[in-house]
Ligand binder design. Structure first.
Ligand code: HEC
Length: 123
């Protein structure tokens, strides 16, 4: 009887975590199909992530902290000075981003890191 109970507990934990990941895919559709290729495209892969998670604050004419992340030339500034990855990774010394929202998924973070490692191409 006790064994059955333990088995059922594990099953419900598995089911609950499956729901959790489903929800993440619905909340952030870009997470669902995330594949961190070695050299992601800025236009097709990096910018949509920033538009989805950052640019309600960091886009347009009066961006938060005067930091714009909606154009290549702007994003490169923060990729170069380390604050883009510092804030996304929640590293010490940087404001954790996205502000007041869940951390980007490991795959999304890896994608942006790979774009930087591959030379921050305007591709
Ligand atoms: C809800 C609004 C909001 C969102 C969403 C948001 N930011 Fe920010 N961001 C801010 C504000 C406000 C600041 C100024 C510092 C602070 O208040 O924490 C800031 C600061 C920053 C900084 C400077 C951090 C430092 O310590 O130098 C970077 C880089 C940054 N944001 C990148 C991002 C990225 C990348 C995303 C998306 C993953 C993002 N932000 C999402 C509002 C936002």
């Amino acid at each position: 009887m006790q064994r059955l109970f333990i088995l059922l507990s594990w099953l419900s934990i598995l089911l609950l975590s499956a729901c959790y990941y489903d929800k993440e895919g619905i909340l952030y559709p870009e997470t669902a199909n995330c594949v961190p290729t070695a050299s992601p495209s800025f236009l097709n892969e990096v910018l949509p992530l920033l538009n989805g998670r950052c640019n309600n604050c960091h886009g347009g004419n009066s961006p938060s902290a005067n930091i714009r992340l909606d154009a290549y030339a702007e994003v490169v500034i923060y990729a170069n000075n380390g604050s883009l990855m510092g804030s996304i990774n929640h590293s010490g010394g940087y404001s954790p981003m996205p502000k007041n929202s869940g951390k980007m998924s490991a795959c999304e973070i890896q994608k942006i890191q790979n774009w930087i490692s591959a030379g921050k191409l305007n591709n």
